[in-house]
Write a protein that binds this ligand. Structure first.
Ligand code: UDX
Length: 446
């Protein structure tokens, strides 16, 4: 099939590359000439394992091309996939300006029947709005499709090539069939729904996953007080097929470009139809507070005397295997420390430059590797579970630190890593591992 993908962000680029890999002819369009230049010279503007190799190979074979020429691409394609950004506005609603603009440009470039599919995460009703915009500029026939995307950063290729399911929201059965055919090589699990339901599935899925994370984080907070271990609790829960084992890792809360944005947007969507999504409001609140657990633990260790202390931070990305720092808990944690007179040393294997762009370069000592970061520190906080951190020798680590204090915000280390060390160790919801900390579990009252 001949496909145009508009927008070369995470979703657009990965989808475009994977559709080409499946044997389609794909044109990826972006307004940003610099991005297109990078892509045309064999580079990739984002960090995503495996993406570059796949992009280069498919470009070489002529199945994939990159351009700023939207009208030219639309004219040569039967399927147009919109994957432009819908960043949050100040009030949490999705900003649809880019998608509206692209819809108008598609309409003006159309030279015959097209399928216009929306992959960007958009509020319920947006596909109808886009259809109306296109209709206002052309009398040519087209069909709208809602095609929500579920890929995760860091495993985007795997998620796209082996999805759990494909959702196709359509009001025309032949357009739905064409889209099903396009996705058939990826999975048997293709669900065809009406357009509004498909739009809702994306928000509901992300909100549900965010709920699982906030739920297990609150369970972890209770575990800390009652002397249970959240990892054992999560394992025990996860064997129940109705619950499932995934997204039950306690930590410092979710970040990234999707969960924070989509949970806020769904609260707004509900608000517009006079429904208060109380549960999701709490999920967001719990998530916001969870990152401050790291700070609270530091404060209790230092008896509230944080000023002048040196705190090392390992990990700045919102999760491993990505350079994305959008809404990363590290942003707020480090801001709080710096504002309270703490000397922060920080390191991330990949995301340092992006972090500095969002946070600013001032106020933090940026380090080249994990060991240098810990050198002379009064405490170390692990905020992203990169593999290179879990492999660190804690015995060696404690020799370079001023005080061997480790706050493990991602439950990376196990009991055996701590054996023989003097680390004062705190993790999330695992009080039995709190080594070197005088902690008395209360006698539980019934
Ligand atoms: C998410 C959805 O998973 C994906 O389907 C959607 O398309 C986009 O949003 P992504 O943001 O890339 O993907 O990352 P994900 O792996 O889902 O993690 C999101 C956040 O939740 C991270 O900050 C991660 O650290 C956190 N998380 C995840 C937990 O704290 N605990 C978990 O058990 C799982």
């Amino acid at each position: 099939m001949n496909i145009t993908v508009i927008g070369t962000g995470y979703v657009g680029l990965v989808s475009g590359v994977c559709f080409a890999e499946l044997g389609n002819r794909v044109i990826c369009v972006d307004k940003d000439p610099e991005k297109i230049d990078v892509l045309n010279s064999g580079g990739i503007p984002i960090y995503e394992p495996g993406l570059k190799e796949l992009a280069v190979a498919n470009r070489k074979s002529g199945k994939l091309s990159f351009t700023t020429d939207l009208p030219g691409a639309v004219r040569r394609s039967d399927i147009i996939i919109l994957a432009v950004g819908t960043p949050p506005l100040a009030n949490g609603e999705a900003n649809l300006a880019y998608i509206d603009q692209a819809a108008l440009e598609i309409a003006e470039a159309m030279n015959g029947y097209k399928i216009v599919a929306v992959k960007s995460t958009v509020p319920v009703g947006t596909n109808e709005r886009i259809a109306a915009l296109i209709r206002s500029r052309t009398s040519l026939r087209f069909d709208s499709i809602s095609l929500p995307e579920f890929l995760r950063e860091g495993s985007a290729i795997q998620d796209t090539m082996h999805p759990d399911r494909i959702i196709i929201g359509a009001d025309c059965s032949s357009a739905a069939e064409t889209m099903a055919l396009l996705h058939k090589p990826l999975t048997e699990q293709i669900v065809i729904t009406d357009i509004r339901s498909a739009e809702m599935i994306k928000y509901a899925s992300n909100a549900f996953l965010a709920t699982k994370i906030s739920f297990i984080n609150e369970i972890a907070n209770i575990c800390e007080k009652v002397g249970a271990d959240v990892t054992q609790v999560a394992e025990g829960m996860g064997y129940d097929k109705r619950i499932g084992p995934s997204f039950l890792k306690a930590g410092i809360g979710y970040g990234g470009s999707c969960f924070p944005k989509d949970t806020h947007a769904l609260i707004q969507i509900a608000g517009h139809v006079d429904y208060e999504f109380k549960l999701l409001r709490s999920v967001v609140e719990v998530n916001q507070d969870q990152r401050f657990n790291v700070i609270r633990k530091l404060e209790s260790i230092f008896d509230g005397e944080m000023r002048g202390k040196t705190v090392a931070v390992w990990g700045l990305a919102f999760k491993p295997n990505t350079d994305d720092v959008r809404d990363s808990p590290a942003l707020e944690i480090i801001r709080h420390l710096v504002d309270n007179g703490v000397k922060v040393k920080a390191y991330d294997p990949i995301a340092m430059a992006n972090f500095q762009t969002l946070f600013g370069k001032e106020g933090v000592a940026w380090c080249d590797n994990a060991m240098d970061t810990a050198q002379g520190a009064d405490a170390l906080c692990l905020l992203t579970e990169w593999d290179e951190f879990s492999g660190m020798d804690l015995g060696q680590l404690q020799t370079v630190m001023k005080r061997p204090i480790l706050i493990d915000g991602r439950n990376v280390f196990k009991e055996e890593n701590l054996l023989g060390t003097d680390f004062v160790y705190y993790s999330v919801g695992r009080p039995s591992l709190n080594q070197g900390v005088k902690q008395q579990m209360p006698v539980l009252q019934f």
